[in-house]
Design a protein around this ligand. Structure first.
Ligand SMILES: Nc1nc2c(c(=O)[nH]1)N[C@H]1C(S)=C(S)[C@@H](COP(=O)(O)OP(=O)(O)OC[C@H]3O[C@@H](n4cnc5c(=O)[nH]c(N)nc54)[C@H](O)[C@@H]3O)O[C@H]1N2
Ligand SMILES: Nc1nc2c(c(=O)[nH]1)N[C@H]1C(S)=C(S)[C@@H](COP(=O)(O)OP(=O)(O)OC[C@H]3O[C@@H](n4cnc5c(=O)[nH]c(N)nc54)[C@H](O)[C@@H]3O)O[C@H]1N2
Ligand code: SF4
Ligand SMILES: [Mo]
Length: 727
C-alpha cells in the first residue's frame, strides 16, 4: 500500500478523536499530499472537522518524536534506538518486579490509547501475564458510573435502550455531542452529529437538555434546563418524583421488570417540584414540563455526558438516569428489531429481559487508599473489563508499603494535566522509579519521563472500529489500512506491551489465544483474535474499501426466558444515604459560599482534543489558551474586561486564566476546559496566554472520592474570580 510513486487515493478513517470520520488521503512517494472527507460514505455524508484535517501537519510536525529518548542524570535527553530503550526499560522493570512485586508495575492508558484498536487487549494481556492488577485507563476518570457502576448496581436491559433513530424524545444531561462527537446510543449520535440532529428534529424528536451552559446542544433543544452546577441528582430525583406521582410511568413494564419501586418512591418524597426548583435554580413549570415531555415519549432515552459525571454524586446521577429509562420502559421489547447489535462481536440471542445487578463488578481488588474504592468493571466492546481507579493512582504511587506503584507506563495519556489534583499528580510522577511515555510529542507528562518512546500516528497503522462498534446506529464497520509507512524509529502502543512482554519472558494471550512471542505479530492477526466469531468476519470488513454498513441478518428481540430473567433494582444498597447527602449538600457545600462565589464547570473545546492539538497551526489560530468563560454581567460586576488575566482560586489552589465574556454561561458559573497549562512548579503561570492553565490544580482528589471509582469532583467546584492585571 505504502511506497507508491504515482499519487494514489487511500480511504481511511480519522483517529484524532473517537468519531471515526471516513477520509480519503492522497499519497505520493509514501508522503501524505492531501486529505478530504470521504463523500461516498453512507453514514457520515462527508463529515469531518478542523482537527481531523490537521492530521498531515501532525504527521510531519517538526516537534514530532521520531525516535526514543532517555533522560540522563543531569536532566538532559539522549536519543537512542527504540530497541535499546525497550531493552533498558525491560531490565529496569524486571528489577522492580523482583524487588517490589508485580503490583508495583502499572500502566495508565489515556484517551488516545483507545484510538489504537489493539492497545487494550494487549495491555490487559500484559498485566495478566505479569500478574499485576495495576491497570489504569482514562475511563475511570471519565464516566465509570455510566459504563459500569450504574449497571452493576441496578442491572441492565439485555435488549438495550432506545437509540436516537427510534426516539421521540431525548433527555440529554451535560453532554455536548455537537462539539465533543461523543455520546452513547440514545443521545445525539457521535458520527456526523449535526446531520443526526437535523434528521431527528425533522421527524419531530423533542430534546430536553440539562446544562449550566447554553451549549451547542442546549441551544437546539425544545427545553433547556439551565441548571445550577452540581444539582443534577436533585433534578433527576425530582423528575422521577413527578413521573411517579402523576402516574406517567409504564406500570406494566415496571410490574414485570423492576423491583423496589416503592422504596425508591418513598425515599424521594422530599424532591417535590418546588423543592427541586429552589435547589436547582430552575423554574418549577420548566421542571414539570420536562418531566411530562420525557414521560410522554413514547420512545426515547435519558443519557448523560461528562458534565454530571464530573460533578458530585456521579453514581447517584447515573442510577437516577437509568431509573428514568426503567420506569418509562425505554427499552427494546420482544418482536422489535435491534438497530445495531454490533458487527465485531459474535451473534448472541437478545432477550426482552433484565440482567440483574452484578455486585461482583464492584468487589474486585481493593485500592490501598480505601476499601470502598477498588477495581471497577467497565463494559467495553471487548466485554466487561476490570481496571483500577485512576482518580487515586497518584496515591497508589505515593503511599508507601506493599503494592506501592514504582513504575508507570503511560500510553496516549497526559496524567500531569488530566488527573484530579495536579500538585499530587506531579509529586507522584516524580516519585516513580521508572516513568515511560509513548507519545508523538513532548507532552507535559513526557517532560517528566525517564524514557519517551516515539509512537506511530494513525495514518501509519491499521485499525478497526472496535471501540465504536455498538455506538453506530447501523451495523457499520471500517477497517483502515496503513496509509503511509512510518519513517521514524517509532512503534504502536500495543507493540510496546508486546516488546516488553517478550523481553520479560511473558506469554501474552488475546481472545484466549496465545500470541507469537518470538516475532512481532501483525496487527491484523491481533484484530482477528479480538473479533473471533464476529457477526461479520474480519476478512470481509478488510476487503471493503472504506467504511460500510453490512447486510447482516436482522436481530429481533426474543421474549424473556423465565429461567434467566432478572429484575432491575431501583433501590440498591447505599441509595438512601446518597439521596440524603445530595439533598443536604444542595443546601450547603456544593453551593458557592463565602469568598468562593462562583462554581467552576468542565467543558470540551472545539478545536483541541484534551491536550492534543494546540501545537498545530490551524488549531492554534483558534486560540492557544483555555479561557475562563464567564457571563458578561458577572465580569462587569467585577470590573473585568474580555481578555484580562484573572485569578481563579479554590480552597485547594489558584491558577491564572484569560477571562472571556460569554452570555451562554449561567450567572455565577465559570466554564473552563481541562488538560491545559504547565506543571505546577510555578514556572509556566506567566505563559497562560500561550499554554493555558490547569483546572486540576484547583482540586484535591481525596476531598470527596466517590464510592467504588474514587472519582473526584472536577465540576461544580466553588471558586473565587479575581482581577489580576490589565491585558
Ligand atoms: N473537540 C473535542 N472533542 C472531545 C474532547 C475534547 O477535548 N475536544 N474530549 C473527548 C473526551 S475525553 C470526552 S470524555 C468526551 C466528552 O464529551 P461530553 O460529555 O459531551 O463533554 P462536553 O463537551 O464537555 O460536554 C459536557 C457538558 O456538560 C456541561 N456541564 C458541566 N458541568 C455540569 C453539571 O454540573 N451538570 C450538567 N448537567 N452539565 C454540566 C458542560 O457545560 C458541557 O456542555 O468528549 C471527547 N471529545
Ligand atoms: N478537571 C477535569 N479533568 C478531567 C476532565 C474534566 O472534564 N475536567 N476530563 C477527564 C477525561 S473525560 C479524560 S478522558 C481525561 C483525559 O486524560 P488523558 O487521556 O490522560 O489526556 P490527553 O490529553 O487526552 O492525553 C493524550 C496524550 O496522547 C498523545 N497522543 C496524541 N496522539 C497520539 C497517538 O497517536 N499515539 C500516542 N501514543 N499518543 C498520542 C497526546 O500528545 C497526549 O499527550 O481527562 C480527565 N480529566
Ligand atoms: S470529528 Fe474531527 S477529529 Fe473526530 S474523527 Fe471526525 S474529523 Fe477526526
Ligand atoms: Mo474522556
Amino acid at each position: 500500500m505504502a511506497d507508491v510513486k504515482e499519487e494514489k487515493i487511500i480511504k481511511t478513517y480519522c483517529r484524532f478523536c473517537h468519531a471515526t470520520c471516513p477520509m480519503e488521503i492522497s499519497v505520493k512517494d509514501n508522503k501524505v499530499t492531501g486529505l478530504r472527507p470521504d463523500t461516498d460514505n453512507e453514514v457520515f455524508g462527508g463529515y469531518t472537522c478542523l482537527k481531523g484535517r490537521q492530521m498531515p501537519e501532525q504527521l510531519y510536525h517538526p516537534s514530532r518524536i521520531q525516535a526514543s529518548l532517555r533522560k540522563n542524570d543531569d536532566g538532559s535527553r539522549t536519543e537512542i534506538s527504540t530497541s535499546q530503550a525497550l531493552d533498558e526499560i525491560a531490565e529496569k522493570l524486571a528489577e522492580i518486579r523482583e524487588k517490589y512485586g508485580p503490583r508495583s508495575i502499572g500502566s495508565y492508558n489515556g484517551t488516545v490509547s483507545f484510538q489504537n484498536s489493539a492497545t487494550h487487549p494487549v495491555a490487559k494481556a500484559w498485566h495478566t501475564a505479569l500478574e499485576s492488577p495495576s491497570y489504569y485507563t482514562s475511563i475511570t476518570i471519565d464516566q465509570p458510573a455510566k459504563v459500569g457502576i450504574g449497571q452493576a448496581r441496578m442491572g441492565f436491559w439485555l435488549g438495550g435502550n432506545h437509540t436516537w433513530r427510534d426516539s421521540d424524545v431525548a433527555l440529554i444531561i451535560g453532554n455536548n455531542t455537537l462539539v465533543s462527537h461523543f455520546s452513547i446510543p440514545g443521545g445525539i449520535p457521535s458520527f456526523s452529529p449535526s446531520n443526526a440532529l437535523r434528521e431527528g428534529k425533522k421527524r419531530g424528536l423533542k430534546i430536553i437538555s440539562v446544562d449550566p451552559r447554553r451549549s451547542e446542544v442546549a441551544a437546539r433543544s425544545d427545553i433547556h434546563l439551565q441548571i445550577k452546577p452540581g444539582q443534577d441528582a436533585v433534578l433527576l430525583a425530582g423528575l422521577v418524583h413527578i413521573i411517579l406521582n402523576e402516574n406517567l410511568h409504564d406500570e406494566e413494564f415496571c410490574a414485570e421488570n423492576i423491583e423496589n419501586l416503592d422504596a425508591l418512591k418513598h425515599s424521594i418524597r422530599k424532591f417535590t417540584p418546588d423543592y427541586v426548583a429552589e435547589r436547582t435554580d430552575l423554574a418549577e413549570e420548566d421542571i414539570l414540563a420536562a418531566a411530562r415531555m420525557f414521560a410522554a415519549g413514547p420512545r426515547g432515552s435519558a443519557t448523560t455526558g461528562t458534565g454530571p459525571e464530573m460533578g458530585p454524586y456521579p453514581n447517584l446521577v447515573q442510577h437516577l438516569t437509568q431509573t428514568l429509562n426503567a420506569i418509562c420502559g425505554r427499552h427494546y421489547r420482544a418482536g422489535e428489531k435491534l438497530p445495531n447489535p454490533g458487527v465485531l462481536s459474535p451473534p448472541m440471542p437478545r432477550l426482552a429481559q433484565a440482567v440483574p445487578p452484578q455486585p461482583e463488578w464492584l468487589t474486585g481488588i481493593r485500592s490501598r487508599v480505601s476499601d470502598d474504592i477498588g477495581e471497577v468493571t467497565v463494559l467495553t466492546a471487548n466485554g466487561p473489563l476490570k481496571e483500577m481507579p485512576t482518580a487515586i493512582c497518584a496515591d497508589e504511587i505515593l503511599m508507601e508499603g506493599e503494592g506501592q506503584i514504582k513504575a508507570l507506563i503511560c500510553v496516549g495519556g497526559n496524567p500531569l494535566l488530566a488527573w484530579p489534583g495536579q500538585e499530587k499528580a506531579f509529586k507522584a510522577l516524580k516519585n516513580l522509579e521508572l516513568l515511560v511515555c509513548i507519545d508523538y510529542k513532548m507532552s507535559a507528562t513526557a517532560e517528566l519521563a525517564d524514557y519517551v518512546i516515539g509512537s506511530k500516528l494513525c495514518l501509519e497503522r491499521d485499525d478497526l472500529t472496535v471501540l465504536t462498534d455498538i455506538w453506530y446506529e447501523q451495523p457499520y464497520s471500517h477497517y483502515a489500512k496503513t496509509v503511509v509507512e512510518a519513517e521514524g524509529d517509532v512503534i504502536e502502543e500495543w507493540a510496546l506491551f508486546w516488546e516488553l512482554g517478550k523481553r520479560l519472558g511473558l506469554q501474552l494471550e488475546v481472545g484466549g489465544q496465545p500470541l507469537d512471542m518470538e516475532k512481532l505479530p501483525s496487527k491484523y492477526s491481533i484484530l482477528e483474535k479480538m473479533t473471533a466469531g464476529s457477526r461479520v468476519p474480519l476478512k470481509e470488513i478488510y476487503e471493503k474499501d472504506g467504511g460500510h454498513v453490512f447486510d447482516v441478518p436482522e436481530v429481533v428481540i426474543l421474549p424473556p426466558d423465565p429461567a434467566s430473567k432478572g429484575m432491575l433494582d431501583l433501590f440498591p444498597e447505599g441509595l438512601e444515604e446518597e439521596l440524603e447527602n445530595a439533598a443536604r449538600d444542595a443546601d450547603s457545600s456544593f453551593a458557592a459560599k463565602g469568598e468562593y462565589q462562583f462554581l467552576l464547570i468542565s467543558r470540551r473545546m472545539k478545536n483541541t482534543f484534551n491536550s492534543t492539538g494546540p501545537e498545530l497551526s490551524f488549531l492554534a489560530k483558534k486560540g492557544t489558551t483555555n479561557p475562563a468563560y464567564i457571563h458578561p454581567d458577572d465580569l462587569d460586576a467585577l470590573d473585568i474586561k474580555d481578555g484580562e488575566i484573572v485569578a481563579i482560586k479554590s480552597e485547594r489552589g489558584e491558577i491564572p486564566a484569560v477571562a472571556q465574556g460569554s452570555p451562554d454561561i449561567k450567572r455565577g458559573v465559570v466554564s473552563m476546559a481541562h488538560c491545559w497549562g504547565p506543571a505546577p512548579d510555578g514556572c509556566g503561570d506567566d505563559k497562560v496566554r500561550e499554554i493555558g492553565a490547569n483546572t486540576n490544580r484547583l482540586i484535591n482528589n481525596l476531598d470527596k472520592p466517590e464510592k467504588y471509582s474514587g472519582m473526584a469532583q472536577q465540576s461544580a467546584v466553588a471558586v473565587q474570580v479575581r482581577k489580576l492585571t490589565s491585558a
